[in-house]
Structure formats: C-alpha cells, structure tokens
Design a binder for this molecule. Structure first.
Ligand SMILES: Cc1ncc(COP(=O)(O)O)c(C=O)c1O
Length: 441
C-alpha cells in the first residue's frame, strides 16, 4: 500500500536534497524477502543507476536491477515530492517479485495498481481501540479488508506459491484442502487467478456465506457431516481428503495444519507488517486456528522483538493447547485435532474464551464502535479485555482481527441463532441492556 511517509514538508523547493535518493530514505523491508546484499544506505548514484529524469524513470531503472527490487524508496529530490513503494507482481517467468511503483505525492493520488485480485492485501490498516486498556494504546489490525475478506488470503497465496516453487503444483494443477470457510474462499480466489482447480472439504460449521462464495467462484465444495472422536469435524475432513488422495494421487493437498509455508507467510507478511507499522509492541494478541498466524508471529517477534508478550487466544472446546474437547459452532479458532505446526511454548500465554463470550464481544463492538467483526476477533478482544487490568499503563498492544462480521449476520449477529445455539442467555441480554444504558439507546 502507499504510505504517506514524508508527505507534509516535502514540497518542491523546501527539500534539503538536491540529489537523488537520500541514504536515510532507503531501507530494507523484511516482508518482501529482500536480498541482504542491498545496501541499507545508498544513494541512487551509489547504486550505479543512471538516466534519471523523473521519479517514474528512476523507478523503472531500479526495477531492472534485481538487487533493489524489494525496497521502499522515498524520493525527496527537489521537485519530486513522491513516495515509491514495493508492490508484489508476477514476472514474465511466473516468479513472484516486488516491483517499485511510485506515488506522486503532490496532487496525483496514490493509486496502487496490481496484477491480480490476490495481490490486494492490506497489511497496513489498524483501528485504534485505546479504550480497551486504560492508559494503553490498542491497535486492532484489520485483516478482513481484502477481496477474500480474511487473513487467509495471505495463507492461501503463501502456500500455493510455495507449492509452485517446489514443483508440487504445476500449471493447471488440482488442489484439495480442508477449510471451515475462510481459507476456502481465499484459495478459490487464488486458484481462479492462477488457473488451478480446487476442491474444498468443509463441514456444517462453515459460514453459509463462505460456501456460497466458493461455489460462485467455481469451487467443488464437499461438506462432511460426521463428527470426529473429539466432537468436531476436522478429523472427518482429513480422513475424507486422505481417501481422495489415495484414489487420485494427482490431487495436491496443501494441508494448512502442517504446512510450514503457512507459518512463514505470517512471519514475512503479518508479523513484519505489525512491527514495521507500529514499531514498539508490548503485547500481541493472536487467535489460534491452524496456528499459522500465531506461529508466524512468534517466529518473527522472537527474533525482532523478543520483549513482546505474545498471547494466544483459543476457543473453549478446542484441543490445540491440550484442553478437553467440546462442541464449537463458530468457524475460525479452535481445532479438534492438534495442528502439526503448533508449538505451544512459542507463546507466552494462552487464553481460552467461550464462544458465547466471543459472540457477546462481537455484538458489543458492533453497537459501540460500528465495527462488525467475526467470532475469532470477538475471542481475541474478549481475551484482551480480560487481561486489561493487568497490562501496565503506557503499554502498546496489537490485536489481530482475522475477518469482519458480514459473513456472520445469520449467526453471531442473529438473535434467534444465538439463543438457539447458546440457550436463551440471560448474560447476553444483560450485556445488551448494559450497552444500551451506556450509550443511551
Ligand atoms: C476467521 C478466522 N479467524 C482466525 C483463524 C485462525 O488463523 P490461523 O489458521 O492462522 O490460526 C482462521 C482460520 O481458519 C479463520 O478462518
């Protein structure tokens, strides 16, 4: 995304740099997997680039150089008040790479022009919710604003491109994957974009909206309805996939629960975006489904911000962290089988949240802030408000919101679904009365 870096004082004539790219404005971005050989401080001339007549010419010049393609560059030269940023593209050989695009800062807007729907990832949007922690700063990282509607778009792109790179997935390949909805929708977008076919194995807890979206995108959706030994459906979904692979070895199972590319993607994109955009982070609250986001964040933060306390949030009834299994109704968090990529000791704390509490928090956020989020965000925010009294003043907290609430209008935001699922709940009613009282409605 385009940044507003260096915007305000960089009018022509007031810029101190008469030359080209200043050393201080040239930095490596972890998320882009940029080559370490790229100098951290270099002027445009140091890089041996020539023929500069305009920011656009400089960008295309830099784009031809493999060693500088993943950098964020600010042009402050007199008369060039603009920002150039790296955007992901697929090159003629089908390789993923970053390309510099410049954004004219004077009048021309900051268009981001991308090649594929699945490149539209917003990793730099945070909502302040400071009131959640008195004396603290709270940033909710909104992951639901991309075309797939969830954080899973990054997971899907990461796993598919990893499979392509390793040769597992060839042009026209066929993917099979288990998903409670979000990854399915994300994979559907990626598969359409790349000409791959996709079978999604899901269950009755999947959002109906997600299933309809997948079907609209041409996905073959298979719904298993037998509960596994832990009362969930994951075991049944995986058994089904194994059977299909046995009969049809040409199918490629990405297996988000065991795939290291799931973790790497969130280390390289989600976690590095948080540190890049927010800077110091004292607490990170992250939900655990496959644990790809959690493990990726742990991997990145342990290396680049070891002092950050990482709080994993899971649903009661999930077995991921060794708790007893129980029924769960909201897609997103929780498992009925421990994911292979999960290492519970990678995080500092684990908070288990009842789905009912998550639903209440979702509905409170909608009424108080006009923010409709999915159940996993409700769980994360419930954990945060539970821990808020113990968080020291002045702390900076980031919580990850994996998706928005529009997919859940028939469930989380539907009174009759809530009461038929969780019982006619006095607590829920009391919470709403409390909200109405506070907000005067
Ligand atoms: C809506 C939503 N939130 C959270 C998660 C959990 O993310 P992860 O699988 O990276 O643990 C998922 C996973 O499917 C999800 O669909």
């Amino acid at each position: 995304m385009a940044h507003g870096l260096g915007r305000s004082n960089d009018r022509p004539g007031t810029v101190p740099y008469g030359g080209f790219i200043p050393a201080s404005a040239y930095r490596r971005t972890e998320s882009s997997g940029c080559d370490d050989r790229v100098p951290r401080s270099a002027t445009y001339r140091d890089l041996g680039c020539r023929g500069v007549g305009s920011p656009a010419a400089a960008c295309s010049d830099l784009n031809r150089r493999p060693d500088v393609r993943a950098c964020l560059v600010l042009f402050f030269a007199a008369g060039w008040p603009c920002v150039a940023s790296a955007v992901p593209v697929t090159d003629a050989e089908g390789r993923r790479r970053q390309r510099l695009a410049f954004f004219d800062d004077a009048n021309r807007g900051r268009a981001v022009i991308l090649d594929h729907v699945y490149d539209i990832v917003t990793d730099d949007i945070f909502l302040r919710l400071d009131e959640m922690v008195p004396g603290g700063e709270v940033f909710l990282k909104l992951e639901g604003l991309n075309p797939a509607g969830s954080i899973k778009l990054k997971t899907a792109v990461g796993m598919v491109e990893d499979a392509e790179r390793s040769g597992l997935l060839a042009a026209g390949g066929r993917i099979i994957e288990s998903s409670s909805g979000s990854l399915g929708v994300a994979l559907a977008l990626v598969c359409v974009g790349k000409g791959l076919s996709f079978t999604c194995v899901t269950d009755p807890n999947a959002s109906r909206h997600s299933v309809r979206l997948m079907r609209a995108l041409g996905v073959d959706v298979v719904e298993v309805d037998r509960r596994d030994a832990n009362g969930g459906y994951l075991g049944t979904r995986i058994d089904y996939i194994r059977q299909r692979l046995h009969h049809d070895p040409g199918l490629v199972w990405l297996n988000q629960y065991a795939n290291p590319a799931n973790v790497r993607t969130h280390a390289m994109r989600t976690a590095s975006a948080i540190l890049r955009e927010i800077g110091r982070v004292d607490y990170l609250f992250v939900g655990a489904g496959t644990t790809g986001t959690m493990m990726g964040c742990a991997m990145h933060f342990r290396r680049h911000s070891p002092q950050t306390r990482i709080i994993a949030v899971d649903s009661q009834g999930s077995v991921t962290f060794g708790h007893s299994p129980g029924p769960r109704y909201i897609p997103g968090l929780g498992t009925s089988r421990v994911p292979e990529i999960c290492r519970p000791d990678a995080v500092d704390e684990i908070v288990m949240v009842a789905e009912e509490e998550a639903v209440r928090t979702c509905r409170e956020l909608a009424r108080r802030r006009g923010l409709m989020v999915g159940g996993s965000t409700g769980s994360v925010m419930s954990a945060l408000s539970r821990m808020a009294p113990d968080i020291p003043e002045g702390s900076r907290i980031v919580a990850i919101s994996p998706d928005l609430g529009d997919r859940y209008v028939q469930t989380i935001y539907n009174d009759s679904w809530v009461s038929s699922t969780f019982g006619s709940d006095a607590d829920l009613t009391e919470a709403f009365m409390a909200i109405s009282g506070e907000t005067g409605h």
